[in-house]
Design a protein around this ligand. Structure first.
Ligand code: ADP
Ligand code: MG
Ligand code: ZN
Length: 603
């Protein structure tokens, strides 16, 4: 998980890099100063997040901080170190290939044996990522603001064109920017825009970026603060900070005030005395918002963001306060393609790679995840010493973000490696040969994170529902590693531990939450209902879940036995090359059965 957190931090601050690029390309020439510094200082600055962005170019590391450029020679062997430091500090890095770096050959500790990657994994990652974003912002803010009330606005260089895939809300956002750019035009016809706008949606969907883009597009000062910072400060400072923030914004109006992660101050009041500081801060915020009513001539628009609209204090959402809500959702396929367009704009793609192709296997990912993926893919290309980014780089980048870096080097004995190859190919074969299985994107016998090998099967389109047949096929795919071990070796290993845990989890959900224990709803309901809070699920439910897992195992075994020669051939090829991608996997495994998913009257 650590890799994801870091990646998210990179993503959280990637905005800085993109706006910076835009500035360099289109803005007036700024006076630049270049200073040579020792490598150790550069690495420290990166790890501390003390610079805006970094570039690795032909053996030189260039750090940028405003108009300042700090340069230092970077031997290829230390590229990885610089990269790690940048991830630690959340500094976006641009790599100009080629910058060859040897793969990290750290001694490996192995945990479970493999990972069957699933899109569903991104759920918890998104949540965790959100927390990290809060933390990163808090750190940035706390640095300058703790002991002083002086509030300095930023000139946001973000533009609405930088925020992609938001067609449904674009008009609303454009209107706010238009209003700020020329408030008189609106007031002349009696139009008074809401002063408070609540952006809500999952972490990484671009809420902060959107707020910056509104200010950037309107060309007005951008005053930002984060909810967490108000709670953190010493007693009494929270409300003072709010007052200072709004005073400064009024003076600079028209202006945008942005309060990130407002839940930290604006969550429902619980009535506990311990929340006094927070209450004061919240009250001050409400007072400031109410004050706008009497000053139509001072257009200040207050944007706030939250991941959980339901948790907010209703007082915040009342008329005259944050009375307009704009929902920012996870991007669908089209929107992902558009977001990828933005982030791949300046990255050289190989002929086989395109925003459309990448959008196809990133269902469930937010804009920030996509930004991180593009950055990681650039690194994959640079590491391989290549000048363009191809689909293989994207696939490896996805795995690196969700599982951890590949740990090449000799870790497994030949025997164990062969076992892993059959185990993984078992997963791949069953995913491929099941009517509702997903196409297999990648199979490896390269240790990665805690896994000894990996199989990735991803849906071809965004899915919001799963049918019972799909869940059943998924159980078979999960059990297929173990089934392959048993069929081929007549023995089995500890390697399937993770698979078993996850299959059991899915099966229990099917029984006790989804009404999918059996092939009819009536039978399913007999097997189990959603458990009451705190109640043990009945024994019968556990029995039904066991039957589902067993059924999955049996299906997997049947498929493997029916295609044994294919499995041998594919496993041998996998052992030889260690990693197979979509095209070759499809070739090795032959034609794939396709089933109608939701046909009226049944398939
Ligand atoms: P949030 O505030 O919703 O958590 P951010 O605005 O901090 O999300 O997003 C982090 C980064 O992810 C952005 O700076 C940008 O690089 C990328 N990103 C997120 N959403 C989009 C989008 N719709 N279009 C382009 N880039 C996006
Ligand atoms: Mg944000
Ligand atoms: Zn497995």
């Amino acid at each position: 998980m650590a890799g994801n957190d870091n990646a998210r931090r990179v993503a959280a601050l990637a905005l800085v890099a993109w706006t910076l690029l835009a500035l360099l390309a289109a803005g007036p020439v700024m006076a630049q100063s270049t200073t040579a510094i020792p490598l150790s200082r550069a690495l420290d600055a990166l790890a501390a997040g003390a610079v805006e962005s970094a570039r690795i170019e032909g053996g030189t590391l260039v750090l940028r901080d405003g108009p300042r450029r700090l340069t230092t020679p970077l031997p290829p062997a230390l590229t990885e170190r610089a990269y790690d430091a940048a991830r630690q500090g959340g500094v976006p890095v641009i790599v100009r290939p080629p910058a060859p770096a040897p793969p990290p050959s750290e001694a490996a500790s192995s945990g479970g044996v493999d990972a069957v990657a699933q899109v569903q994994q991104w759920g918890p990652i998104l949540l965790l990522g959100g927390l990290v974003v809060v933390a990163a912002l808090t750190l940035r803010m706390a640095g300058g603001a703790r002991f002083q009330h002086r509030v300095r606005p930023a000139r946001s260089t973000a533009r609405l064109a930088d925020v992609a895939g938001i067609d449904e809300i674009r008009d609303e956002v454009v209107e706010i920017a238009d209003y700020l750019a020329d408030p008189r035009r609106f007031r002349e016809v009696g139009a008074e825009l809401p002063r408070g706008i609540m952006l809500h949606g999952a972490p990484g969907t671009g809420k902060t970026l959107l707020a910056r883009a509104v200010a950037g597009e309107a060309g007005v000062p951008f005053f930002s603060a984060s909810g967490a910072e108000f709670v953190e400060v010493y007693a009494g400072l929270g409300s003072k900070r709010i007052r200072a923030l709004f005073a400064a914004a009024r003076k600079a109006s028209p202006a945008v005030v942005y309060i990130d992660e407002i839940d930290a101050v604006g969550a429902r009041r619980t009535g506990h005395a311990a929340t006094g500081e927070r209450e004061q801060t919240l009250d001050q915020l409400l007072t400031e918002m109410d004050g706008f009513r009497n000053e139509p001539g001072r257009p200040v628009v207050v944007l706030a963001s939250t991941n959980r609209l339901d948790d907010l204090d209703p007082a915040l959402l009342r008329a005259g306060r944050f009375d307009r809500k704009i929902g920012v959702g996870l991007p669908g396929r089209e929107a992902r393609q558009r977001i990828l367009d933005v982030h791949l704009r300046r990255r050289p793609l190989a002929p086989d790679a395109s925003p459309a192709a990448v959008a196809g296997f990133t269902a469930g990912m937010a804009g920030a995840d996509l930004a991180a993926l593009c950055n990681e893919a650039s690194f994959e290309a640079a590491r391989a010493g290549e000048r363009t980014i191809d689909m293989g780089h994207f696939r490896r980048a996805l795995m690196r973000l969700s599982v951890g870096p590949e740990r090449r080097g000799r870790l497994l004995s030949d025997d164990e490696k062969r076992l892993v190859a059959y185990h993984e190919m078992g997963h791949a074969l069953v995913a491929h040969a099941s009517p509702h299985g997903h196409p297999v994107e990648r199979v490896t016998v390269i240790p990665q994170g805690h896994a000894l090998g990996i199989t990735v099967a991803l849906p071809e389109e965004d899915r919001f529902l799963a049918t019972r047949a799909e869940c059943a096929d998924r159980l078979a795919m999960m059990m297929a590693g173990r089934a392959a071990e048993e069929v081929v070796f007549g023995e089995f290993t500890t390697g399937a531990a993770d698979d078993l845990v996850r299959a059991a989890e899915l099966a229990r959900q099917m029984v006790t939450q989804l009404g999918m224990a059996a092939d009819s709803t009536e039978k399913s309901l007999r097997a189990g209902l959603p458990p009451l809070v705190g109640a043990e699920p009945p024994e019968r439910a556990e029995e039904a879940a066991r039957a589902l897992v067993e059924g999955g195992y049996r299906r997997a075994r049947q498929i493997i036995e029916a295609h044994l020669s294919t499995l041998h051939r594919a496993a041998a090829r996998l052992l030889e090359v260690e990693a197979l991608d979509r095209e070759e996997i499809a070739e090795l495994l032959g034609p794939r059965p396709r089933a109608r998913r939701l046909a009226v009257g049944g398939a």
